[in-house]
Write a protein that binds this ligand. Sequence first.
Ligand code: AMP
Ligand code: MG
Length: 574
Amino acid sequence: MRESQAIMNSQIYNTLSSLTFDNTFICELPGDSESANYRRQVSGACYSKVKPTPVSAPKLIAYSKEAAALLDISEETCKSEEFTQVFSGNKLLSGMSPYAACYGGHQFGNWAGQLGDGRAINLGEIVNKRLERWTLQIKGAGATPYSRNADGLAVLRSSVREFLCSEAMFHLGIPTTRALSIIATGEMVERDMFYNGNLKEEPGAVVCRIAPSFIRFGNFEIFAFRNDIQTLKKLLDYTIRRDFSLYKGRCTDLLVSTDSLSAKLYINWFEEVCRRTADMVVEWMRVGFVHGVMNTDNMSVLGLTIDYGPYGWIENYDPNWTPNTTDAHGKRYRFSNQPQIAHWNLAQLANAIYPLIEDVEPLQQALAVYSDRFKDKWQQMMAEKLGFRTFEADVDANLTEELFKLLSMVETDMTIFFRRLALVDFKSDYLTIQKFPSNNNYSEATYISNKEDESRNLELFMDAYYVPSQLTADYISRMANWLRLYTKRLEKDNLPYEIKRSQMDLANPKYVLRNYLAQLAIDKAEDGDFSMIHRLLELLRHPYSEQRENEEFAVKRPDWARHRQGCSMLSCSS
Ligand code: AMP
Ligand code: MG
């Protein structure tokens, strides 16, 4: 009996033994000399060692097989008891050396001082078989020296949202941190969801996130703010060496020898961060993603979407929408403001590394790279979304501007609208519409775009309109006019319909993590039923494909979800 137990243990252990840790962050950077776990200001250190708090009854809710593959972990391993113990924080593997990172940040435009990993604990770094580096981090595993006045825990609802959205974003092709697993802790956590004095006990959970690096703008800001230039330099040299060197197959612009880290290299690095940030935000704009809390502590220097809190997806196209109730007044982080906020955040990063460069001019020039890159990438993205060969600014700038005006004039579902737009074809004088498959039968219909019956041109988009009574004669005529100009523009490019349509279908997802879908998964999970999490995880693995059996997830938000908490409104309390 004892022997077979020993064999079993060794087999289980072997399955996670592919994780070989080298932990460069703590090996190469200065750490906190205090080892006790109490809340404090930590100076001269990039991290504090801290152990996860064990939980009583961890239960695996879901894992991502693709994220596991990045760690060379099999699905079988993910289902093992040891996996649950390790990624709930109950057990440390040999080689793990857990720590919380020290960082600061600008929150809602104001310097907030030391923040740090208040409820995230890094377990260590591994290099996988393909020589890719991954940091493993569990979120919600207990208090750290950076927890300030909070508990270091995470509730099930926010963990479900982070887990599903990380993987959904990855499958959409958007740079993001990844989610390996979500585990219920078996413990309850107290939360005041809307900061209105209504405390509620909620089930707790831990998500394991993985990323090549979790370094944020705020990791640099804290040392600049404290005038600790020595640690600032150590951290930047380390970041460039570890995450931006040629050997990692990443940034091709930072080929300067890493032995002689210099002001020029720092500028090149900053430019690269600007480029990656621009690329990431363009992608958010493409799919209608609103991060919700673009504080500088939530900005990754790798240009990854990080910290999924009160994020949301645009349903009816409203450029002023933010899901974050904490930001309801100023709407600093509203959908349309994200590009400008990213620029502002980059300016804070530039300020932070200024002491290592001591010359404003090159930093300003580098910052301008963000704007240029954003414009180029945005235009390229819009051309893909609209099915054009390239973006021809003289015509297409007006065309896109008018389209976005139209989309916001009446409540129009952004995802459905663009997906349907791909079905529009052109033919000399006619607007030809390949009619959307109804009852699983593909059929085609040609609508003559004439003055007498302009409303017929809108038939294709009817499923995207939330309030059909908003479709006034003026709107219908304006939209018909836009469609005429649009089809003319398509005609000019003369791309074969199928090619144009597949280009558009790859830029316009059919399935996104609609706010209410995440909430449905949460409602069920809170009742102990995790099936919807699994179903959405599977659905969102193929966001650009037609999935006949999943049409119900491609429809516009139902009316009950319009004002429901968690669907259209979220707070930072999680
Ligand atoms: P956020 O803007 O939600 O990413 O969090 C801002 C800061 O608050 C970060 O330093 C987090 O680690 C910290 N924080 C958020 N929630 C908690 C919590 N429940 N316990 C401890 N720290 C937290
Ligand atoms: Mg954060």
